[in-house]
Design a protein around this ligand. Structure first.
Ligand code: ZN
Length: 278
């Protein structure tokens, strides 16, 4: 089974459609990591596509803010994001609002047979924390038990790899007061956990091997508002049999989305950033 991993679509229908046509016939299910709406001009269309196509979708901070429920105050957003949230709230149909309201605000395990978890932001703060450094990732590895966790929210593709090493050390039973060369030494090992951030090239197939020694927290990047200086829509294909991960990017008609944003008077700053992948 192959899963198309989508995150942070942010109501960018042109980007979502481009991803779906680029991946046609190459996946069996869609898993969505949240933020279907917010920022972009086509929230109803994007929610309807995800409702129809995704077998799993978790709650993002923008999805939650649009609902206007306790847990995510719109005041916590910057003024531009806030304006987009309020516009989205006025624009979404009742039915699409109801779909967003049903999304899980806690991490979801999509298949009982696969040792993998989905969350929007992080395992310990599923809707709001930004995992932007290996040290924040390190703290989050303690917050879930599965081998692999997929997340979104930062809009930046990355694989955080946790590894347990056996470090060798030599213990010295050194008598301070005797001759320096008369000490006894004994060797031993102790476990050390490290986390590094990997950025596999687009199109390369990465083998995902989770074990007691290796665990992974992975971000596919953002479909609708990439922030890694690459303006193309980002997504990934996860092959659950081969346990491989493939990052892909696809160009989409950015100007179409920008014109749609202008037409509904979304903030200029949100329109401009799509041209830079910021
Ligand atoms: Zn987002």
């Amino acid at each position: 089974m192959r899963a198309l991993i989508l995150s942070d679509i942010h109501a960018n229908l042109a980007a979502l459609e481009s991803v779906l046509s680029a991946t046609k016939g190459r996946f069996d299910v869609i898993w969505c990591l949240g933020d279907v709406v917010g920022y972009g001009p086509r929230p109803n269309e994007c929610v309807e596509m995800i409702r129809a196509l995704a077998s799993v979708c978790v709650m993002g901070n923008h999805d939650l803010a649009v609902l206007g429920k306790p847990g995510m105050d719109v005041e916590a957003f910057n003024p531009y994001a806030q304006q987009a949230v309020l516009w989205t709230r006025d624009t979404l149909t009742q039915e699409n609002m109801a779909y967003l309201a049903e999304l899980s605000a806690v991490p979801v395990r999509p298949l009982s047979t696969v040792d993998l978890l989905l969350t929007h932001a992080s395992p310990r703060e599923p809707v709001s924390e930004y995992i932007l450094t290996p040290s924040i990732a390190m703290e989050n590895f303690a917050a879930f038990t599965e081998g692999i966790c997929l997340f979104g929210h930062t809009h930046k593709p990355v694989i955080y790899r946790w590894r347990l090493h056996e470090e060798l050390y030599t213990e010295l039973f050194d008598d301070f007061y005797s001759d320096a060369d008369e000490f006894e030494g004994t060797s031993n090992t102790y476990p050390v956990a490290t986390v590094d951030a990997l950025q596999p090239p687009i199109g390369n197939v990465v083998q995902l091997t989770a074990s007691t020694q290796v665990r992974l927290i992975i971000n596919p990047g953002s479909v609708g508002q990439p922030r890694d200086n690459d303006v193309r829509a980002a997504y990934a294909i996860l092959d659950l049999e081969a346990m491989t991960w493939r990052y892909e990017r696809v160009p989409y008609p950015i100007e179409l989305t920008q014109n749609q944003m202008r037409a509904v008077r979304l903030p200029k700053r949100l329109i401009d950033r799509l041209s830079f992948g910021l």
